[in-house]
Write a protein that binds this ligand. Structure first.
Ligand code: TYD
Length: 216
């Protein structure tokens, strides 16, 4: 048996922070802007996203982009997609997130369990999706960038890339309602007005992170 480490030797566990929001809410932009700032104010950071860059995440991105379909051209079954998002999460946690946290590195993840509950929870039985995701650790902080479905749709329209599987206005309206039900403000969940300017949203994210993480 290895000798027990004393408290000085034991690395502090990293903090796990997640960004959530509709397609077009700006999570990717805010994650990018947080990266350099994080390293100088809060310490080492591993910034990542789901679907992950691993094998299952790569498959899912292809499915989101309609590049992987059934032989007859139909989309994949919603339950299969929900199971794949869960499988990608298990893989992402085991190969990247948990090792980073264990070595004391903070992790910022663009989308996590909240996305599965909000999106797949609408297409499949909600409690089943919840059960599929029950094994995964809760994020220490979730920043929910809340935008109206109309604002999100306007932002998606200017991107000009082809609409992905869930980027249908009517579906996004339902996702917006689902997010509001699932991500209620609390100890670990912060709802941020995602319709403000990029700078203002960034300022608010930083404020929350400093208050909750600095010196801890
Ligand atoms: P997104 O972050 O929007 O990727 P990109 O930057 O390539 O547009 O995620 C792609 C899609 O995946 C998005 O529509 C939300 C969806 N998604 C789920 O439906 N469930 C999940 O668990 C995750 C992680 C993502």
């Amino acid at each position: 048996m290895k000798p027990a480490q004393n408290s000085e030797q034991k690395a502090r566990r990293g903090r796990f922070v997640v960004l959530e929001g509709l397609d077009g809410a700006g999570t990717t932009t805010q994650a990018r802007l947080l990266q350099r700032w994080w390293k100088s104010h809060l310490g080492p950071l591993f910034s990542t996203a789901e679907p992950s860059k691993g094998p299952i995440g790569t498959f899912l991105r292809a499915a989101m982009g309609h590049r992987i379909v059934q032989p007859d051209g139909a989309r994949l079954d919603p339950k299969a997609i929900a199971a794949l998002f869960s499988a990608d999460r298990a893989d992402h946690l085991a190969t990247e997130i948990e090792p980073a946290l264990a070595s004391g590195v903070d992790v910022l993840c663009d989308r996590y369990v909240g996305s599965s509950l909000a999106y797949q929870g609408l297409e499949c039985e909600f409690d089943w999706v919840k059960a599929l995701n029950a094994p995964y650790p809760e994020a220490d902080i979730t920043l929910y960038l809340r935008v109206s479905p109309d604002v999100a749709a306007e932002r998606r329209a200017v991107r000009k890339n082809a609409a992905e599987l869930y980027e249908i206005d009517q579906f996004q309206r339902r996702v917006a309602e689902a997010y509001d039900r699932i991500l209620q403000p609390g100890e670990r969940v912060f709802v941020i007005d995602g319709e403000r300017s990029v700078r203002e949203i960034q300022r608010r994210c930083r404020e929350i992170l400093l208050e909750r993480l600095q010196g801890r």
